[in-house]
Design a protein around this ligand. Structure first.
Ligand SMILES: NC(=O)c1ccc[n+]([C@@H]2O[C@H](COP(=O)([O-])OP(=O)(O)OC[C@H]3O[C@@H](n4cnc5c(N)ncnc54)[C@H](O)[C@@H]3O)[C@@H](O)[C@H]2O)c1
Length: 280
């Protein structure tokens, strides 16, 4: 896809991977709308990028706000070509340590935080996908293609032993992709997922980073994740999952569905247990 002149929406666009992607796509000639709840960082980015790029306050969990954001973008440009649904949080507050807590106890004590993780990471991305679709006008505003990239995580593909809510919220996005990508492609929109692992942003708990570095696994840059998004926009096929682990490894691309549509085509042999009907 030629990115020049494309209208791009980036949620969670004020910092980390979102801001890195805004910078990269703006350099390629796209017109970026970065939206976030961190207005101070968002305004800084808006100043750095300059017009025609914009920052807007937008909480991805707010369905009414989605309606007005998409309406504003339609009024300004006639629609949206690309959406990077990237906003996300982890269960622990930014900068707090993660290791050493009892995971079950943690979620039991603060179920509201669990709900917030699910609301931002999962509901926020679903709302974005649903609201952007009608503004994508089939194959984008000029027929040159429309693409939604959902930012899941390597935690969406494997067990996340330190953050139950985060792992659940990110796995749900892979399930969303499996279901929606084939439907969206019929409406002219490619849907793919990015699954980063260990990117140097503010989201990771402090001790994760220390431990990874002690194990000789340094963090990837936010531009590495942004480069993955750019490459996905050029080459990503509907339903693909792009794992971005570290700059030394490049991007690992997995086709979906990972799980077959037919239950009897599941890999491996199931253990079969007989059914015993209820007797009088
Ligand atoms: N950094 C990593 O190692 C890593 C790995 C896998 C996946 N991810 C995913 O990448 C995405 C971006 O994370 P990041 O690493 O850049 O961290 P980050 O904390 O720098 O960026 C997340 C952004 O989302 C914004 N946000 C939070 N709640 C919001 C809401 N309700 N509405 C709109 N915006 C909101 C934050 O203000 C922040 O700017 C997240 O979805 C994260 O789960 C990150």
């Amino acid at each position: 896809m030629d990115l020049n002149g494309k209208i791009v929406l980036i949620t969670g666009g004020a910092g980390g991977i979102g801001a890195g992607t805004a910078r990269r796509l703006a350099k390629r000639g796209a017109i970026v709308w970065a939206v976030d709840v961190d207005d101070a960082s968002g305004r800084e980015l808006e100043k750095e990028l300059g017009p025609p790029h914009r920052y807007r306050h937008h909480d991805v969990t707010d369905a009414a706000a989605w309606k007005s954001l998409v309406a504003e973008m339609r009024a300004a440009h006639g629609g949206i070509d690309i959406a990077f649904l990237n906003a996300g949080i982890m269960f622990r507050a930014r900068g707090a340590p993660a290791l050493g807590d009892d995971l079950i106890d943690l979620v039991t004590r603060d179920f509201d935080r669990y709900r917030q993780v699910m609301a931002i990471n999962t509901d926020g991305a679903l709302l974005g996908a649903l609201h952007c679709l009608p503004a994508m006008g089939g194959r984008g505003r000029d027929g040159g293609g429309a693409h939604i990239v959902v930012n899941s995580s390597d935690s969406g593909l494997r067990v996340h032993p330190w953050d139950l809510a985060y792992g659940m919220s990110k796995r749900a996005l892979v399930s969303m992709l499996e279901t929606l990508a084939p439907l969206y492609v019929k409406r002219g929109v490619t849907m793919t997922a990015l699954c980063p692992a260990g990117v140097d942003s503010g989201i990771s708990p402090s001790d994760f980073k220390e431990r990874r570095i002690a194990q000789g696994q340094d963090y990837a840059s936010t531009d590495f994740a942004a480069a993955a998004v750019e490459t996905i926009l050029h080459e990503g096929k509907p339903g693909e999952v792009w794992m971005a682990r570290h700059q030394d490894h490049g991007f690992w691309v997995y086709p979906l569905p990972a799980v077959p549509a037919q239950v009897d085509a599941m890999p491996g042999k199931p253990r079969i247990h007989p059914y015993v009907p209820l007797q009088d």
